[in-house]
Design a protein around this ligand. Structure first.
Ligand code: FES
Ligand code: CO
Length: 325
């Protein structure tokens, strides 16, 4: 069942990792809609995962000479979605003009395939670290979550839980206080001032210290934080982007960027992030209501929840409906 959310349907949504789309077509579900993603020499293409002939899933087919071939009767579709071959037709009989696959706008960026179900091409979210040679970028995810995107994203923006849910890793329960900070909204978007967080070992050197987090809201489904060590100027950022699979479940992806030597292989970095995410998951999957309340009179916020409040206001202004109430 397609999920009706005009705002999200007209925004870029990270559908899958670019590395997972090689010679074989891939099926993803975006807002309840089955989509086939495939690659040919021209790049990556996305269609509704439905053959107009008898409703077969095109993602079960293959790519031959750059065309997507339906698994059922081998009709072939080119990159524009036009059917260019119907093997059953006798010679001389033309291919019906209606024989088309339905393309969606897509883009390969930041290690993911982004799709726009409304066939719009809004500006991509910024991720300057990705093109900056002084940063190492590590792709994280997919992580399946039985929750709606706004709860998952707000958890990522939540400063107060670090000392408890991630005790010993991202915070310590003897230092739970969050100093005051503001959220700035200007031409550069929405971001928090630096928030001081005491961490047991922020950079793997074994030394506990204060580090400074800046949170940014980039789109309804994409947010980021940057962690700065004021002594070393080490920077670590994580972009979180969440795919709404259907009305109830999501897939989280991330890009982790470092401007310093972590002493860890990519797999170790991913494993650490998986472990951190596994600590958040039961919290997020069990929050009630499942929909993030956008009415600020519902639930009780503290001053330290200002980033979360800014996110709720952002969703309300945009008119996002999926996963909000
Ligand atoms: Fe696709 Fe027949 S269903 S070719
Ligand atoms: Co967390």
């Amino acid at each position: 069942m397609p999920v009706q959310d005009p705002v999200l349907r007209n925004d870029w949504i990270a559908a899958c990792r670019a590395a997972d789309v090689q010679e074989r077509p891939v099926q993803v579900t975006v807002l309840g809609e089955r989509v086939v993603v495939y690659r040919n020499a021209e790049g990556v293409h996305t269609f509704k995962d439905l053959c107009i002939h008898r409703g077969a899933a095109l993602s079960l087919g293959c790519v031959r000479d750059g065309n997507l071939v339906c698994p059922y009767h081998a009709w072939e579709y080119d990159s524009s979605g036009a059917c260019v071959k119907i093997p059953q037709l006798p010679p001389g009989q033309p291919i019906p003009g209606k024989a088309r696959a339905l393309p969606y706008a897509c883009e390969e960026r930041y290690g993911f395939i982004w799709i726009n179900l409304g066939n719009n091409r809004p500006d991509a979210i910024p991720l300057p670290e990705f093109a900056d040679a002084s940063f190492r970028n590590v792709i994280w995810g997919p992580q399946q979550v039985e929750a709606k995107p706004p709860r998952i994203i707000e958890n990522f923006l939540d400063v107060g839980h670090l000392a408890f849910v991630h005790e010993g890793y991202l915070g310590v329960s003897t230092h739970p206080e969050i100093g005051d900070y503001r959220v700035l909204k200007d031409g550069n978007g929405i971001r928090s001032e630096e928030i001081s967080i005491f961490q047991p070992d922020p950079d793997g050197s074994g030394q506990a210290k204060h580090v400074y987090y800046t949170y940014e809201i980039l789109s309804p489904l994409s947010v980021k934080f940057t962690k700065r060590d004021r002594e070393t100027e080490n920077l670590m950022s994580i972009l979180l982007t969440v795919l709404p699979v259907d009305a109830a479940s999501s897939i989280a992806f991330g890009v982790m960027s470092f401007n310093y030597e972590t002493g860890m292989a990519d797999e170790e970095i991913v494993r650490f992030q998986d472990m951190i995410f596994a600590q958040d998951k039961p919290i997020v999957e069990n929050q009630k209501p499942e929909d993030l309340p956008l009415d600020l009179q519902v639930e009780l916020s503290l001053r330290c929840d200002r980033v979360s409040i800014a996110y709720r206001q952002f969703l309300a202004e945009r008119g996002v409906t999926l996963g909000t109430a």
